[in-house]
Ligand binder design. Sequence first.
Ligand code: CAO
Length: 531
Amino acid sequence: MSNSIDIQVPDIGDFSDVPVIEIFVKVGDMVKVEDPLVSLESDKATLDVPAPRGGVVKAISVKLGDKVNQGSVIMQFEAEGGAAAVAPPAEAAKPSVTAPPSAVSAPAGLAEVRVPDIGDFKDVPVIEIFVKVGDTVKAEDPLVSLESDKATMDVPAPLSGVVKEIRIKIGDKVSEGSVVLLLATGDAPSAAATAPTAAAAVAPPAQASVAVGASVNEAAFALAYAGPAVRKLARELGVDLGRVSGSGDHGRIVRADVEAFAKGGGAATAPAAAKPASAPAGVGVGGLELLAWPKVDFAKFGPVERKELSRIKKISGANLHRNWVVIPHVTTHDEADITELEQFRVQMNKELEKSGVKLSMLPFMMKAAVSALKKFPEFNASLDGDALVLKNYWHIGFAADTPNGLMVPVIRDVDKKTVPEIAKEMGELAKLAREGKLKPDQMSGGTFTISSLGGIGGIYFTPIINAPEVAIMGVCKSYWKQHSSDGKTYTSRLTLPLSLSWDHRVIDGAAAARFNVHFANVLADLRRVLF
Ligand code: CAO
């Protein structure tokens, strides 16, 4: 005998009107208890709804994009046995990774930060620690990352403070209430409410992040856009998610992508996929079938030290890797005669001495870039499918070398600013970058980037395009070079080496050469910006 039962969305915490982003089963499928049925995605977390019991899928009541709440019927099962129709118990939905506050004891000025309510998860390994003793953290800054087999959760700081002691290490298993670290909250503004009593409730809600596993490129795996069930599947199949192209909305990786990748091909991953050129599906790196990364016990050959990559390095590394692999880069080298410009710069610095603003070559290059971008608008653009989005604003990013890794602050409306204004803003942004205090909006919206190694050295290099931009100008150290216009008489000219990398899907070699020539001409004679 069999019964038809409604399968409902169980308790999903505070979430409401959460869109269905993936449906893992079809009518006729036989599912086992705990098999994932659908994936829901809020702005904070991706949640998989598992089967509360085994059965055969009789009907599916939702479609992709539908918004659901606790209690919404998502499908009907033809259940095995004679059980009455029931909603799943609330616990069945515990992939939910938002959590109500957990108490944190906070003796005056010192708070014990504990793992908050993380649903049914117990003994969850710590996979990453984002802070070290002495670090100053703000409320909501991520402290540690935990990974269960269903989700990865960042435990954020419940309040601002200074990390006094870290009580866990990578690999430790923690549960709700485990003490993660001690936070000195004395001077922190938000500590006032929590520090005075010994039992102030401080609530670090767990936030969904992305999963990390073993024996794959963990940083890329962590950043891959995929839900918990797909991550779990990737782990089971030994697939490195960072190498899988997503065929779902906004490049989301779905089950089929992982399965196709595991079979050694990716082309079949995107059934509906007329994928935009800017987001190739399926056939990307996955099809390369590269050799496994060599695993070497370096300690066999001499003493070694293991140092985790900084969070910024992991994030920028994964982005650089994607950009390098996806964009057909070409780099065109040229040089600019900046003899007169350098004299002008030195003179202007004397005049500006009292203002506190110091001009390097970079603000002038920003102006030259805007001039070239206006003349060649396809360089100030982004690919969107088969179309090019040409931007009528000129926001220029610059690569900044910081102790934690490479960051790219953006100066907006460079066309409307004077060289000293640009220099001043650049100084402020570079300082924030080095202190790790840049806000997301200070790193977004760029239309073109300049990466200057001029203060350090080098002659030429190949900068990696900062997608979704389509070109980047790399600059090295200027040097004195013998120049002749007739092959008989020579003069020394201060020469700036330029390396323009461009996306060959958008830009042709001739355009790139012209861009460089114009850029160099403007630097040689800034009066050209008037034209
Ligand atoms: N040729 C010769 N000298 C140069 C120069 C060039 N092209 N560019 C800068 N300099 C000089 C400056 O004039 C300055 O000289 P003084 O100390 O005598 O005044 C000195 O080098 C240091 O300049 P700076 O680096 O402080 O200033 P900047 O405006 O040129 O650059 C910033 C600012 C933030 C871009 C830079 O500090 C930085 O972080 N650069 C690294 C970028 C990077 O890592 N790129 C690689 C990305 S790809 O991995």
